[in-house]
Design a protein. Structure first.
Length: 169
């Protein structure tokens, strides 16, 4: 997908490197982007930049959550003092116009956690809700953990973030 010169200048002006210009358009067109790479390569930064660029002026609900924090929110509903149900948490992210799920696979989440993340991504894909996912894992590594999750993520536009850990420089 080729971008127009005007868009290219705008993206450069707000600091999106040229190699990610196509990703911004992919979010607009397909709605789903998988940002994959090693620690510190800028995946979360780029996910946020894509959200701001693609949807910043949109009044639709935008949600950002790490996979671990999403699961914490789900687990917090299981106590007797819970103020919301697990479906309330699910619905908050499922109904949002745009969602970033950051750091899938950063921590061992177990079968339950993978099933919860799969359910959310599957719902969003089924209802054509734009979703950006970041991970340090390859699709093959995700497949070893949860084949159905890898299958859903394989349908996303994948961008591999190369380079050194910027936080270590």
């Amino acid at each position: 997908m080729a971008i127009g010169e005007g868009y290219a200048r705008f993206y450069e002006k707000i600091g999106i490197p040229p190699m990610y210009h196509e990703a911004v358009l992919a979010v607009h067109a397909a709605g789903n982007v998988l940002l994959r790479g090693e620690n510190g390569t800028g995946k979360t930064y780029q996910a946020c930049a894509l959200l701001i660029t693609a949807y910043g002026a949109d009044s639709t609900t935008i949600r950002f959550v790490t996979a671990n924090n999403y699961l914490r929110e789900i687990r917090s509903t299981f106590g007797k003092h819970a103020t919301e149900s697990d479906m309330d948490v699910f619905d908050r992210y499922a109904a949002a116009g745009y969602v970033v799920i950051d750091d899938i696979g950063a921590e061992k989440v177990g079968e339950f956690g993978l099933a919860e993340i799969l359910a959310l991504i599957d719902h969003r894909v089924s209802y054509l809700k734009p979703t950006i996912v970041t991970t340090n894992l390859t699709l093959a590594e995700i497949h070893e953990l949860e084949p159905r999750l890898a299958s859903r993520l394989a349908s996303f536009d994948e961008i591999v973030m190369d380079g050194k850990d910027r936080r270590m420089q």
